[in-house]
Design a protein around this ligand. Structure first.
Ligand SMILES: Nc1ncnc2c1ncn2[C@@H]1O[C@H](COP(=O)(O)OP(=O)(O)OP(=O)(O)O)[C@@H](O)[C@H]1O
Ligand SMILES: [Mg+2]
Length: 294
């Protein structure tokens, strides 16, 4: 099943990230195949998609870690192929894989980033204190980064990405592998940053994360954007009520616009069935034919 791209943007008057026909080819592999997308200022936008869909490659192009082989990106009006230092000031990046310097302390990891961004000493020190309080790591400031738990390391990566006051934060699977409590802590940080004006583009395999956090979601598959909209819009498109039937060990899903239609259909079935509201995972499976992360 294929559904249309629902809307070009949330309808805000300022688009802070604009992708036009953005593409990346690695040899014969078309990792990203012509993305057109606009992200609004102060939006939390989630990119979902199965393994290999092209999410990380997209983020790497948006953050200038790899060059597109086609198309263009504007970040707050600046071309990513232009003056790199201008774009770098605008963005913070939390990559998919942990890249802290584990032999440095928490404090030193932040300080190094501040120095790389040429922040004056006094400003750096004040910012580090603020950010350590924000990510609740003040009491771990002088521990080696290596000694932090997975959730704490992720929070330190967020603090580091925020050191130079970016207005846009890119987060590639910010909560992968974290326990539910650590994940919720990161959600709170994302919401707080966003309420203070930060635009966030994140990728995730956790559908409930996209559902509770993101204003809009884009679903990618094989380098293309196959759906775009608010979680509610996407669910409406597929059908808000699902009837799950178990047939010889296989579950079949049928989608309906309302409960009455679903009950009408279910009334004629003798199989084991469940009637429930659709979630974003159903949309994902219906569109990609795969479970999340598969
Ligand atoms: N440096 C690279 N060299 C060659 N191929 C690459 C490289 N990076 C990514 N690819 C390929 O590009 C495609 C998209 O990969 P990408 O990492 O962007 O997917 P993803 O959506 O982030 O997946 P995941 O959910 O597993 O993180 C895959 O086929 C991958 O093998
Ligand atoms: Mg990835």
């Amino acid at each position: 099943m294929q559904i249309d791209i629902i809307q070009a943007s949330l309808g805000g008057d300022e688009q802070i990230i604009e992708l036009s026909q953005l593409a990346k080819k690695y040899g014969d592999v078309q990792a990203v195949a012509g993305l057109d997308l606009k992200i609004d200022n102060e939006e939390i936008f989630g990119l979902l998609g199965p393994n290999g869909a092209g999410k990380t490659t997209t983020i790497r192009m948006l953050t200038m870690l790899t060059k597109p082989t086609g198309g263009s990106v504007l970040i707050n009006g600046y071309e990513t192929t232009g003056d790199l230092s201008k774009v770098k000031k605008e963005i913070g990046v939390v990559p998919q894989h942990m890249n802290l310097d584990l032999e440095l302390t928490v404090w030193e990891n932040l300080e190094l980033h501040g120095c790389l961004h040429k922040m004056p000493r006094a400003e750096r020190q004040q910012r580090m204190q603020e950010l350590l309080a924000f990510v609740e790591l003040t009491d771990r400031a002088h521990d080696l980064a290596d000694k932090l738990s997975g959730g704490m390391k992720r929070r330190l990566m967020i603090a580091r990405a925020l050191m130079h006051h970016p207005g846009i934060l890119f987060m590639d699977e910010p909560t992968a592998g974290l326990d539910p409590q650590a994940r919720r802590k990161i959600w709170d940080l994302i919401r707080k940053m966003n309420s203070e004006g930060m635009t966030v583009l994140l990728t995730t395999h956790y559908i409930e994360e996209a559902e509770v956090l993101c204003h809009r979601v884009g679903i990618m598959d094989r380098g293309r954007l196959i759906a775009l909209g608010t979680p509610t819009e996407l669910k409406k498109k597929v059908g808000e009520i699902v009837v799950e039937t178990l047939n010889c060990g296989d579950t079949e899903y049928r989608f309906f616009a309302g409960r009455e239609q679903a009950l009408g259909y279910a009334g004629n079935l003798s199989a084991n069935l469940v009637i429930r509201e659709a979630n974003l995972e159903d949309v994902f499976v219906e569109l990609t034919g795969r479970r999340v992360g598969a």
